[in-house]
Design a protein around this ligand. Sequence first.
Ligand code: NAD
Length: 253
Amino acid sequence: MQGLLAQRVVIVTGAGSGIGRAAAEVMAREGAIVIASDLKLASAEETAQHISASGGRAIAIGTDVSKLDELDALHDFTIKEFGRLDGAFNNAGIPGPGAALADHDEAAFDTLVAINLKAVWYGMKRQIELMLPRGGGAIVNTASVGGIVGKPGLSVYCATKHAVIGLTKTAALEYGSRGVRVNAVCPGVIRTPMVDMVIAAQPDTASEWDKLQPIGRMGTSEEIGEAVAWLMSPRASLVHGHALVADGGLTVA
Ligand SMILES: NC(=O)c1ccc[n+]([C@@H]2O[C@H](COP(=O)([O-])OP(=O)(O)OC[C@H]3O[C@@H](n4cnc5c(N)ncnc54)[C@H](O)[C@@H]3O)[C@@H](O)[C@H]2O)c1
């Protein structure tokens, strides 16, 4: 298949839903061979089936990114199946817990840090080790507008996303000269299944969240998927160490 990412072998974490699923689908449409990984294997399989049904190539694997041995298994599996890794979208993440800083408990802190931050660091570590001997590759990490500004009720979440941008910028400086291009994407308010669930329970939230972004609506997962596919592709060859904000103007208001 031709496209921005023809024949590139790309890992996507959190590929069973929302932004991860959309990015996997856009990248597959652009010719990538996608390793769709998610905590929920059935959801990852559904993503891989969508891709196959549309003529793309994808394979599903269950991975809890908060377990380093499972991240090892994901990368080992990729090499065993395809012999190389060209790109990775470190995207799996959780929100919350929606309480002021003094009301966060240690367990919530540890879980957010394990999934949103430590897993991104360890994933990048494995990816860089695999990419360097082959002359490089491209990594995109999911941060958030919560990595650029603070958000009440989301202190630890915001801390993890600021840290993801820190990892992205530093890795870009350390590995850019050896061909590994590293960037982050910072979505604004994106209407993913998680957001749909909140809206189903509290219908007024939809119009409130639409108004948050100056474009007058929430973003779609596909819009983030397009940004990720471009960052992953050689068309973004000069874009390095960048945290690309895709938020309908939220952070410039
Ligand atoms: N939706 C938004 O408005 C928004 C805004 C900014 C940033 N983000 C970020 O985008 C990323 C994707 O979020 P989304 O909105 O698509 O959410 P989502 O809930 O629709 O998808 C997240 C996926 O990650 C998986 N996941 C959760 N914990 C995991 C774990 N331990 N190991 C592996 N997979 C795991 C889930 O099973 C799910 O399939 C997250 O990093 C999130 O912080 C989302």
